[in-house]
Design a protein around this ligand. Structure first.
Ligand SMILES: Cc1ncc(COP(=O)(O)O)c(C=O)c1O
Length: 473
């Protein structure tokens, strides 16, 4: 690839050639991980982003504009989340980095303020995002996962309170969880943490901005933000329902005393002074400028319009799916995200059929007493497609009901039973041919693969996925 340089037009043409198999993000049929604010807003964001692309946010002295833009964006998000003159925040690259910072800050706060802690751990309901498991892994902390109720997928309070102990350095609730779109009992959880002197993080990565707007629009939203005294940190992603281009999120802290433990400073090398409140050091100014531009362009009324339309489309979807046979929505979603499950059909086959028709959802494995399901996040770009989605979903469900399953469920179950207890390498070897994993790419139809994965214990699944992707890339 590096042999010889090529003219810009040719490079762009070549790049375009790679995207043939990519999802069409402008189709309105991508129902997860995509937040398209519409043509005009997108164009503005692109211009703002590229204008600050070469700015390096590491050098605050060289680019004071970036500090200013960041502070104004953070102040707006803090206002939405009912911060006060004490609360502070920083922009990060995404939910995972915001969560990593909240976990690291809690660990380091405890090192100073609770030196008796020997085996620091975080307590998270099983619906908390995997970013917490990752953060704990990176920070060398233990994770205690607590159960949720299988009707609402909200933290089970007695179990959560039971898990809070002398070694807990951070407890967590989601507003809402990504998987099912329901909000944990944040008030009670944060209060239980506060009574025990434990820090409490609210994961508002997906819902922080959206739910705050909804509340300000006069809709009933249970308190989940800094209005609750026990809440000590919050993450809220700009690149989700803030409709800002990736990568942008905000991590917020109750006060500067807590954020003091976020900083990493190093001046003991031959190099320049590193002074970082987040993980990244060198980072482009693009996302910060795009976030600022989007906030200015939308204003609260613009955002409220996006929220209103998504809420309405989601309500229509939920009502229509309720009337369909062989498919149901789990729990009682509290914003514009929900999951589809079925007692009689294989949801992974529904996913394949919908994907063949251009609809993209996210399969989720059975967990916490709930069945395997398909996650849907509704954003503004999907609103105009609501009826089409519902019609195609019904058609797919009918087709699968009439044609029967193409997945050899019994065969897969038998294979999984046979590999039980074997090391991951052996499990993978046995499963590769059965699940269609032989090629250099993942199979187009994923139902057999997902059915097999769904039956494995999570630890085995984690191990073989790591083995597999390590070979693939
Ligand atoms: C509730 C929640 N927390 C954390 C994350 C992780 O965010 P990111 O993918 O931006 O790292 C997500 C992503 O969907 C999320 O929904």
């Amino acid at each position: 690839m590096l042999e010889q340089g090529v003219a810009p037009e040719s490079v762009l043409e070549e790049l375009g050639g790679f995207t043939g198999k990519d999802v069409d993000w402008q189709s309105g049929r991508v129902l997860t991980g995509l937040y398209d604010p519409g043509h005009e807003a997108h164009e503005l964001a692109v211009k703002a982003y590229t204008r600050f692309l070469a700015h390096n946010a590491l050098y605050v002295n060289m680019y004071p504009s970036l500090s200013r833009l960041e502070q104004e964006v953070v102040a707006s998000v803090l206002m939405l989340l009912r911060g006060d003159e004490q609360t502070v925040g920083n922009i990060t690259s995404g939910g995972t980095e915001s969560i990593l910072m909240a976990v690291k800050t809690a660990r380091d706060w405890a090192r100073v303020n609770r030196p008796e802690v020997r085996d620091p751990q975080i307590v998270v309901p099983v619906t908390a995002h995997p970013a917490f498991i990752k953060a704990a892994h990176y920070c060398g902390l233990r994770v205690v996962q607590t159960p949720v109720d299988t009707q609402g997928f909200r933290a089970d309070m007695p179990a959560f309170v039971d898990a809070l102990g002398p070694e807990t350095v951070l407890a967590v609730g989601s507003a809402p969880n990504f998987s099912h779109g329901t909000i944990d009992p944040i008030e009670a959880m944060s209060e239980a943490a506060r009574e025990r002197g434990i820090l409490f993080h609210v994961d508002g990565c997906v819902g922080g901005i959206y739910l705050s707007l909804l509340r300000r629009m006069g809709e009933p939203v249970r308190d989940f933000d800094f209005s609750l005294p026990g809440v000590t940190s919050i993450s809220a992603d700009l690149h989700k329902y803030g409709y800002v281009p990736k990568n942008a999120s905000v991590v917020m802290y109750r006060n500067r005393d807590l954020r003091q433990h976020a900083w990493f400073v190093s001046t003991e090398t031959t190099g320049y002074a590193v002074i970082n409140p987040t993980v990244q050091s060198t980072r482009t100014g693009g996302p910060v400028a795009a976030a600022w531009a989007m906030f200015r362009y939308m204003g609260e009324a613009g955002y409220a319009g996006l929220v209103r339309r998504s809420q309405q489309a989601t309500a229509e979807m939920l009502a229509a799916i309720k009337d369909m046979d062989d498919i149901e929505v789990l729990a009682d979603p509290e914003m514009c995200m929900f999951t589809l499950a079925s007692d009689s059909l294989n949801v992974f086959e529904i996913d394949d059929e919908m994907r063949a028709r251009g609809w993209h959802m996210i399969p989720q494995f059975a967990c916490a007493g709930g069945p395997a399901n398909l996650h849907v996040s509704v954003s503004d770009a999907n609103v105009a497609r609501t009826h089409e989605f519902l019609a195609e979903l019904e058609a797919v469900v009918t087709q699968l009901r009439e044609n029967g399953s193409g997945v050899d469920q019994a065969g897969i179950e038998q294979m999984v039973a046979e590999v039980q207890g074997q090391p991951p390498e052996a499990v993978m070897e046995a499963m590769v041919p059965v699940l269609g994993l032989e090629g250099a790419e993942l199979p187009e139809r994923m139902a057999t693969l997902n059915t097999g994965m769904n039956l494995l214990p999570a630890a085995t699944r984690n191990a073989i996925l790591a083995l597999y992707f390590n070979i693939m890339y």
